[in-house]
Design a protein around this ligand. Structure first.
Ligand SMILES: [Zn+2]
Length: 421
């Protein structure tokens, strides 16, 4: 038997596991770069199975089904065609695709052939006979990106089944399902290039939206995890090893991130950057994602379509917005403090029939001297950090105690005022 040859990607895990130290930089070309430290407590937005399936079915109706999903994914992200093998230069930190027809190993090995057979058996077993993930359209064996796509499909497990359920009324549900791992994999390969700048609008919008959904820390975890997955998938000699690599990644990702990622991928297929940005507000969880867009990348969800490039390095994430988009950043809320006129007017308005100013949240009498628990303070009814403006309509006359307790929470959303308890 000839010695087994494989490409080993010596990927350095450039992105450490620490949290909180990374920053997001926003460049708009007009003002100084805004440097933003995301809150490290962000969690992937929750999307339940029913919402997920409904949303996927709707997105699939609008999507043009690619007959060659790998090729379509490459075109979507403007990634060059390649044979599916890479060399990795440690010194230059470059991931270099080999040219078409170039192979590191001569021909396919027995292990590769067996892995391919195991993949076909897996398709059969899961009720999708044949080349269910369209891995064998450019090669007779599962290799290169095909291994990553297969590992990604295995990583998604349950989510893959949910997709099949969502697409069941479509002409070719399996082809639709196959398009997702390919699109996803091609996108992740692109993001995993060290110090990459994603300049294709669609990929940039997808990145900013993904971060809004999952938070910066999980996003970084997805990249680090994917590098590990590439390394493991390339080393894998059996289907089981590939499955283990996929399942490990599935754990890193978690179900909510997997669903968010699948929805975004589906919305991106055959789409343009503005088209994708227009679909985002209609996705389940988009309200929470909008709040997180501000705390994680410092921009409003409606500005996601203005994201032109995203640069990912070990230390930070740099988003470039269209020059006119400066008004779309969080600063569009205006100043953090209310004007003196508004503060005074709100104080006067809070007075009861006996002329005593009252806290909107607990009805306690307010005092104008500062530094006491009953001191009058102007609270943002919808918190500033969540996009609430500093205009009179958003000003709640509050005592200091209530204002401190409420913090960045919202009445009837995640905070109940004392007078209603
Ligand atoms: Zn109060």
């Amino acid at each position: 038997m000839k010695p087994y040859c494989t490409v080993v990607l010596l990927l350095v895990l450039l992105l450490g596991c620490g949290t909180g130290s990374r920053v997001v930089r926003l460049e708009t070309g007009r003002t100084d770069t805004l440097v933003f430290t995301p809150r490290s407590t962000a969690e992937p937005v929750e999307v339940d199975d029913v919402e997920f399936e409904e949303s996927m079915a709707k997105l699939a109706q609008d999507a043009r089904l690619p007959s060659r999903p790998q090729e379509a994914a490459r075109q979507l992200f403007e990634v060059d065609a390649r044979s599916g093998s890479y060399t990795y230069e440690i010194r230059g930190s470059h991931l270099t695709p080999l040219g078409p027809g170039e192979h590191l190993a001569g021909g396919s090995t027995a292990a590769e052939v067996e892995l391919t057979r195991a993949y076909l058996r897996w398709c059969e077993r899961t009720g999708r006979p044949g080349d269910c993930l369209r891995l064998l359209m450019e090669s007779s064996i599962v290799n290169g990106d095909g291994r990553f796509a297969l590992a990604m499909a295995l990583a998604k497990g349950v989510v893959l089944d949910e997709m099949l359920e969502a697409f069941k009324d479509m002409a070719d549900p399996h082809a639709m399902v196959a398009a997702v791992p390919w699109t996803w994999t091609t996108y992740m390969v692109l993001l995993s290039i060290p110090d990459v700048t994603v300049s294709k609008g669609l990929a940039a919008v997808m990145t900013a939206t993904l971060i809004s959904y999952v938070g910066v820390d999980t996003f970084w975890g997805l990249i680090v995890g994917f590098k590990r997955l590439m390394e493991d998938a390339d080393r894998a000699t059996t289907f089981d090893e590939l499955r283990k690599a996929g399942e490990r990644y599935g754990k890193v990702m978690g179900q909510n991130a997997a669903r968010a990622f699948a929805m975004l991928t589906m919305a991106a297929i055959g789409n343009t950057a503005p088209g994708l940005a227009a679909k985002v507000p209609k996705l389940p969880g988009s309200i929470q994602a909008a709040a997180q867009a501000e705390t994680q990348v410092g921009i409003r969800l409606v500005a996601l379509g203005e994201v032109q490039t995203v640069a990912v390095s070990a230390e930070n994430l740099t988003l470039t917005l269209a020059p006119g988009a400066v008004a779309m950043t969080s600063d569009a809320r205006g100043p953090r403090r209310f004007s003196k006129a508004d503060r005074d007017a709100a104080y006067d308005k809070s007075q009861d029939t006996t002329g005593r100013a009252r806290c909107e949240y607990c009805d306690e009498e307010l005092v104008r001297e500062s530094g006491q628990s009953k001191s009058y303070e102007a609270d943002h009814r919808k918190p500033y950090i969540k996009g609430g403006s500093s205009s009179a309509e958003n000003l709640a006359p509050s005592c200091r105690a209530c204002n401190r307790e409420k913090g960045a929470r919202e009445v009837d959303v995640d905070w109940v005022p004392p007078k209603e308890r």
